[in-house]
Design a protein around this ligand. Structure first.
Ligand SMILES: *Cc1c(COP(=O)(O)O)cnc(C)c1O
Length: 437
């Protein structure tokens, strides 16, 4: 697999380079030069395969020249060691639960795969790989747990003090080993700015092998295609053929992977991009004008993104043809009020507790169905996180009914360990230079 930059189609890098660089120097995004098709024979019988088998088939179609078969198989099986079940709500509505991994969010797929790919490419005796991550909540937990115990790597996570939920904080601060957490007295943007400054600092760059783990890394995108194929396999077993996927979207990495899966041959009838008030993409699909805005805070805070970083990739996949994208991807936006009403409706109608991001994807399936009453496609909305990560939005009755997964019970008995720093770069730099503490 060779990759180019969306800003320079003549650039060629290997998969390994793309993984460690994350982003080309020209600030474009890496894209595969050729998007291979899955074998027809495989797709025709996909219902016979398990999630790890499907994941391996996709990974090997893309990466067989990069990682030898046996190694790739072991890597995929280690990364995808949890399920992504499809839960039926009514005759033609299903929720695809992507939160059964260690951090209880879909980002586990990307983070676990990427960490193992990086570890695979690291050679013995090389300088420790230092992963710096800023998180508003979910990314940090997935990356921390993805890299936890992975040899020759160290993770430093910056989170805004007091601005992540309890479960999210525990996932960041109770790891020990090769994972360090820092509570920054500031906002997520302050955390992000510190990480960016570190990457630009000559002294730090000379001393450490710094890498980011953000959602634009191609090794995070690829494994997110796995669950789309697996959902299709589950639906095929139930006799469905036409699928409508509704995806709660922030940086558009999740739906970007769905569209990559489509390009690889996955039959999808319709994609729906569901956003909160941060509606840069819905506005673009309506008006043709792509105008980013500063993000606004919502209950679905993992989607509070005003400038979705993966959108360029989606444009690139479809040769920047807005008409084609408009046909394949319908977009809907919802306010906080509508989100709360959506959570309540899902609970009242289906006795199901959905996190705010998931509720937005549900609302989008309804909006789509209202506009397209003759569409017979089965509606599948993606659930990107477990409800227990966002307790503040639920009524007391719902809160009492949220079943805490085993992962959370264990967390509550662990010791929290983290440093506290201000938002000035000097303090953060000193922390990094001082080494283990
Ligand atoms: C990250 C995240 C999203 C948004 O996914 P993108 O790939 O950035 O569009 C949605 N929901 C949850 C719970 C998340 O953690």
């Amino acid at each position: 697999m060779k990759l180019y930059s969306t800003n320079n189609k003549d650039l060629r890098v290997s998969f390994q380079e793309a993984v460690f660089n994350s982003m080309p120097l020209d600030k474009g995004l890496y894209m595969p030069l050729n998007i291979p098709q899955l074998e027809k024979e495989f797709l025709d019988h996909i219902e016979k395969y398990s999630l790890p088998e499907i994941a391996y088939q996709i990974a090997s179609t893309l990466l067989k020249d990069e990682i030898p078969t046996a190694d790739l198989k072991a890597l995929v099986e280690d990364a995808v060691n949890f399920d992504a079940p499809l839960v039926k709500l009514d005759e033609d509505t299903f929720v695809l639960e992507l939160f059964h991994g260690p951090s209880l969010a879909f980002k586990d797929f990307g983070a676990r795969f990427m960490s193992r790919v990086m570890a695979y490419f690291l050679k013995d005796g090389e300088l420790l790989l230092d992963v710096l991550v800023a998180t508003s909540g979910d990314t940090g937990g997935a990356v921390a747990l993805g890299f936890l115990g992975v040899p020759n790597t160290r993770v430093t996570i910056l989170f805004p003090k007091g601005k992540v939920s309890e479960v999210q904080r525990l996932q960041l601060t109770t790891n020990g080993k090769n994972v360090r957490a820092i509570a920054i007295d500031g906002t997520f943007d302050d955390c992000q700015a510190l990480v960016k400054q570190a990457f630009a600092d000559e002294e730090l760059k000379a001393k450490f092998r710094l890498t980011s783990a953000n959602s634009i890394n191609i090794a995070r995108l690829i494994p997110q295609t796995f669950y789309y194929f697996n959902a299709y396999a589950q639906l095929k077993r139930k006799g469905f053929k036409e699928v409508v996927f509704s995806v709660p979207s922030g940086n558009f990495g999740n739906i970007g992977a769905g569209l990559l899966a489509y390009k690889m041959g996955l039959p999808v009838h319709q994609f729906i991009a569901a956003t909160n008030a941060n509606d840069t993409v819905p506005r673009f699909l309506e008006s043709g004008i792509y105008e980013t805005k500063p993000s606004v805070q919502t209950y679905a805070n993992a989607m509070d993104v005003g400038a979705p970083s993966n959108w360029v990739r989606i444009m690139d996949l479809f040769n920047t043809d807005r008409k084609v994208i408009q046909e394949l991807v319908k977009a809907y936006r919802f306010t906080d009020e509508e989100t709360l009403a959506g959570i309540k409706e899902i609970f009242d109608k289906f006795n199901y507790i959905a996190c705010p991001h998931t509720a937005i994807a549900y609302l989008a399936t309804k909006a789509y169905a209202e506009k397209n009453p003759t569409d017979k496609g089965v509606k599948v909305f993606l659930s990107t996180a477990h409800a227990c990560k966002f307790p503040e939005v639920f009524s007391a009755e719902m809160q009492s009914k949220i079943e805490l997964p085993a992962q959370v019970e264990t967390l509550k008995n662990k010791v929290e360990l983290y440093s506290e720093l201000g938002k000035d770069f000097e303090g953060f730099k000193e922390y990094l230079l001082m080494g283990d503490q």
